[in-house]
Design a protein around this ligand. Structure first.
Ligand SMILES: NC(=O)c1ccc[n+]([C@@H]2O[C@H](COP(=O)([O-])OP(=O)(O)OC[C@H]3O[C@@H](n4cnc5c(N)ncnc54)[C@H](O)[C@@H]3O)[C@@H](O)[C@H]2O)c1
Length: 332
């Protein structure tokens, strides 16, 4: 246990802070009164625009440094005199499968450098982004944090599992305090709408806007546990403030939603925003052999008990917000 701390007046480093989740954390840190926020992001996926709101709220207290977590000298320089490090920089699971060596350098070596610098600088807490991918297809549902990681067969999940091990070892070797958060299926504003690795919700919104039905690969029975980016950012801030250390927590909603239900909910969210009825019904395409995980459902009682965290945004509200954000931000 460490002492509970306020984030007001704290100096903070956010790696990957120009991305979807990182920028939501920066917004909440601004509202919490952080004294200084440095974002380190190489902008392979993150965008300056994601930090525009925080920049106008924070002025000179926010600095975006365009650089890589593998640049050890830069990481050490930016970590010195920081109180808290939020470590989010990583590649998508799909890119890790296509470029495993790059993934090794980014997720594993890069994380080592971030932890080495945090230990050397004596930061009070590292809050690290892990993933439900560490479970692979779980054997028990709802899945709690004690579930083993041996069903994972993705490089991304392997790297996240190793990162959790690295965090534990840095805690044991150097007393570095940390909390790792295993996010389940993340969605919300600032999801990537431009890149190669956009997600199913973005592709479906594009189809629906063209008057085409959302396309589900397979029977749509596969389930996920969706959690909104704002709730994830709240979990990060609570983890930074809380006295707990050397722990991992599931961050999800403990609600199972099938792909077919997700497609119907998205259609409803887009129709309610249009106030028009649509006759679209989801279509099915051939199964794709990319994702062997057919079910996700988290036990989130540990985060509720230790961090005082509970999700606040329902899937319906979250999807309506995502649709409005997407309509305002998509390229014509
Ligand atoms: N989105 C999800 O569904 C999900 C689920 C579980 C875990 N996570 C984890 O949460 C974290 C944040 O994810 P996100 O959804 O915001 O993704 P994101 O791609 O929007 O953000 C990641 C950021 O890291 C930056 N980055 C990547 N490699 C870097 C490097 N070598 N040096 C510096 N910056 C680098 C990218 O430019 C991007 O801004 C990641 O660690 C991710 O693995 C995400």
């Amino acid at each position: 246990m460490t002492a509970a701390q306020t984030l007001a007046g704290q100096r903070i480093l956010v790696t990957g802070g120009a991305g979807t989740i990182g920028s939501a954390i920066v917004d909440q840190l601004a509202a919490a009164g952080a004294a200084e926020i440095v974002v380190l992001d190489n902008l392979v996926r993150g965008r300056r625009a994601n930090l525009a709101e925080a920049a106008s709220a924070l002025g000179g207290k926010l600095r975006l440094v365009e650089g890589d977590i593998n640049d050890a000298a830069l990481v050490h320089e930016l970590t010195a005199r920081k109180d808290v490090v939020f470590h989010l920089a990583a590649l998508r699971i799909t890119q890790c499968a296509e470029q495993p060596r790059l993934a090794l350098e980014s997720l594993v070596d890069g994380t080592f450098t971030v932890l080495e610098a945090a230990a050397a600088a004596g930061v009070k807490k590292v809050v690290a982004s892990s993933s439900a991918s560490v479970y692979g297809l779980a054997e028990t549902f709802p899945t709690d944090e004690r579930h083993h990681p041996y069903n994972n067969d993705t490089f991304y999940g392997a790297a996240k599992t190793f990162n959790e091990g690295m965090l534990r070892s840095f805690h044991a070797m150097y007393g570095l305090d940390y909390v790792a958060l295993r996010y389940f299926n993340v969605y919300g504003p600032r999801m990537d709408v431009h890149g190669l690795y956009t997600e199913v919700l973005i592709r479906w919104m594009e189809r629906i806007a063209r008057g085409e039905a959302p396309l589900i690969f397979g029977d749509g029975a596969q389930t996920m546990d969706f959690v909104h980016v704002h709730d994830i950012a709240r979990a990060n801030l609570l983890a930074a403030r809380s006295p707990v250390t050397d722990k991992v927590y599931n961050i999800a909603t403990a609600t199972e939603t099938s792909l077919a239900e997700l497609a119907s909910s998205l259609l409803a969210a887009m129709e309610s925003a249009d106030s028009a009825d649509s006759a679209l019904v989801p279509e099915h395409g051939p199964e794709r052999a990319v994702n062997g995980v057919t079910r996700r459902l988290a036990d989130i009682s540990a985060a509720a008990r230790d961090l005082g965290w509970k999700p606040e945004i329902t899937l319906g509200d979250g999807l309506r917000g995502l649709v409005s954000w997407w309509r305002e931000n998509r390229e014509p």
